[in-house]
Design a binder for this molecule. Sequence first.
Ligand code: LLP
Length: 406
Amino acid sequence: MSVDIKNLVQKYDTPLYVYDFDNIARRYEELKHAFEGKKSLVAYAVKSNSNLAVIRHLANMGAGADCVSIGEVKRALRAGVKKYRIIFSGVGKKDEEIREALQEDILLINLESEAEMKRVEMLAKELGVEARISIRVNPNVDPKTHPYISTGLHENKFGVSIDAAKRMYIYAKKSEHLNPIGIHFHIGSQLTELSPIEEACGIVADLVRSLQAINIDIKFFDIGGGLGVVYDDEVTIRTEAYAHAITQAIKGLDVTIVMEPGRYMVANSGIFLTKVLYEKKNGAKRFVIVDGAMNDLIRPSLYNAYHKIEAVQKTGETTPADVVGPVCESGDFLGKDIALPALEHNDILVVHSAGAYGFTMSSNYNTRGKVAEVAISNGNDYLIRQRENFDDQIRLEEVCDTGWQS
Ligand code: LLP
């Protein structure tokens, strides 16, 4: 990202998320290009970065949205995603959410259990509509990624087995209020190997063929998200190879390929900027204490995820340091054993690859306001979310007089 970081920090302060919109556009185009000549829909996984400006940017290029709550569906609609490109997934949808999704007439509601199917059918009946549905299949494939972000094994809570899916399709086909037109799977996130995707595609494509044989016509083949990115030295899947493997697996099927990339689209397009507060040593251990913390970027604490960290315009001999935040938890770190030069108060650190699951997973823990977000496009910077202040944080709280006194 070619930006004047010092200038941005002067203008917006830290901690700060900065997103390169030009890079997001390039990623979108690269993926679309790989599927050129095929019917495809890139339904951006809103959970990875749900800022309205990010969604709008992708919607302007023709992207759809993969949503996991009605809140995300509303974000997508508000940002201008066409309703016929919106998918609503998730293992636990509430009645109100299902109702609203049906009323908004989005492309697909993705079902994750037989019980949920019955609920959607009942609500569609109440509303007098037909629900377009897809079913999330759990192909029981090991995606070879971090166990917390692996989703395609039977031991994970997601989707239904092939047999259950088949039963559900047969039921849905007969229902007046269900229209089964899609099939879905998502085996995990940060995938760097193609073979599990290939295997899952093959299994699910076979199911589609067997459904075809009983006159159940699947039009949307949703392969989920999961494309890995480079945080450190990972070798990632090339989009051409990805497209090739998928098109091979579904050979002969007349379907629209739906993809739900989140991380691929935004992770490497974002950085997190934080300022050094203090340096200290506990025995031989060096700590760099910064103003950003686990509540702003939880991936290192939660998954032990690696994010490259660099000092801005600071050179000199480096020694390893733990980069830690002000939050009262030993697990509050952005990086461990990071080679850094000697640092002073107000020096800026860049935490790389922070565009996905950064801000969206942030919290107000320790009554820390959520940070500001800035977009860079064509050399211009735009504030796309203001920094939260104290009043923003307590706005919904009320003190009540319980009568207890000492
Ligand atoms: N579709 C479904 C059904 C998903 O569950 C997910 C992610 C995606 C698409 C997008 O996956 P992606 O393309 O971003 O890999 N918080 C974790 C990642 C959790 C992913 C959850 N599901 C992290 O920070 O690594």
